[in-house]
Design a binder for this molecule. Structure first.
Ligand SMILES: NC(=O)c1ccc[n+]([C@@H]2O[C@H](COP(=O)([O-])OP(=O)(O)OC[C@H]3O[C@@H](n4cnc5c(N)ncnc54)[C@H](OP(=O)(O)O)[C@@H]3O)[C@@H](O)[C@H]2O)c1
Length: 308
């Protein structure tokens, strides 16, 4: 009888509870061992082959025990917003992890980063300054790495397309930021997980900026959302400056719906990235996801005796 070969082990930093993490667990759990490090336990990690370690990346001093037996490190941990005092300790913790990985000769390191942003944001936003600092620590290391910079992601319970669709379903209208002529190419979080698998097997030291299969003009995408809900598009229009002001107002009221930097980024027309090539089956289109989510919203509303 032959002994089954041991599964490769992934150190999933940031864990399987977030949007990307959930897809990574789905993609890797069938044939990898996963050691998942993050702060909260999540039900989707209660699977054989997943070892969960409850820890804050910012406070892990010694990564050596967590790197024991690890083939590939993948980092998805990040916050959506916050001041420097929030991002800096997390980035410092990731820096310690990169150095420890280097010292132990970890085979491959994958970092989920973000696309280029307007220079004014790159120069002042802790979210970006600290992200770029980690990316540089990785490129300056001797590790074999892929820095994957996806554009906006979609998947069940995402904070972008799903929230936009729910807003349209609820209010039957939607804010239009500027003229809507800028572009986006949404990528399925599940496809990002397939990209990570492919990159984990490779050895190119590179940084890739990737999008989904279709580059949409933003207002065509929002029109398509109205269509998915069986509605005629109705917009409340804001100038570019007014759009950023609106997002700032929401922020100041404690809303996490939308952040001003996200609106500036969108308006800068940097999010219509080209697709990642070479996956089989090909990248999933956003349309099918929107139609499924719209059908779910409609049937939920019907069950409550409402219609959307
Ligand atoms: N969503 C997008 O459209 C998008 C687009 C481009 C790039 N990205 C990048 O993709 C990555 C994942 O994004 P996401 O949308 O999946 O985010 P998410 O849903 O917020 O997940 C982030 C995960 O990081 C973990 N985490 C945060 N701080 C941590 C800390 N100090 N220690 C340990 N774990 C920590 C959180 O788990 P716990 O709360 O349990 O600790 C959470 O599960 C991020 O780097 C993000 O910048 C996302």
């Amino acid at each position: 009888m032959t002994t089954p070969s041991p599964r490769p082990r992934l150190l999933l930093v940031g864990g399987g509870g977030g949007l990307v993490g959930r897809s990574i667990v789905e993609e890797f759990a069938p044939d990898w061992a996963i050691r998942s490090v993050h702060r909260h336990t999540t039900p989707n990690e209660a699977l054989p082959g997943i070892e969960t370690v409850r820890a804050d990346v910012a406070t892990v001093r010694d990564w050596a025990p967590l790197l024991e037996g690890v083939d590939v490190v993948l980092n998805v941990a990040w916050y959506r917003t916050g001041p420097e005092r929030v991002f800096r300790p997390l980035a410092d913790g990731l820096g310690r992890l990169i150095r420890s990985s280097e010292a132990r000769g970890i085979r491959r390191w994958i970092q989920i980063s973000v696309p280029d942003a307007p220079a004014s944001l790159e120069a002042r936003l802790p979210y970006l300054l600290e992200k770029r600092r980690i990316d540089r620590t990785l490129t300056d290391s001797a590790l074999s790495y892929a820095i994957v910079r996806p554009t906006m992601l979609f998947g069940p319970n995402d904070k972008l397309l799903t929230v936009m669709l729910r807003t349209i379903a609820r209010y039957h209208r939607f804010p239009m930021f500027g003229n809507g002529e800028y572009h986006v190419s949404p990528l399925a979080a599940r496809d990002l997980a397939r990209v990570v698998r492919r990159e984990a097997a490779g050895d190119a030291r590179h940084t890739i900026s990737i999008g989904g299969p279709r580059r949409w003009r933003y207002r065509d995408l929002t029109d398509r959302m109205f269509a998915a809900l069986g509605r005629r598009p109705r917009y409340v229009r804001f100038s570019p400056r007014g759009s950023v002001r609106l997002a700032r107002l929401l922020e100041s009221l404690g809303s996490s719906l939308l952040y001003a930097y996200e609106v500036e980024w969108l308006l800068s027309d940097r999010l219509g990235l080209p697709p990642y090539e070479g996956l089989d089956p090909p990248l999933a289109p956003a349309e099918a996801f929107l139609d499924r989510e719209a059908a779910r919203l409609s049937s939920r509303a019907r069950a409550r005796g409402q219609h959307i």
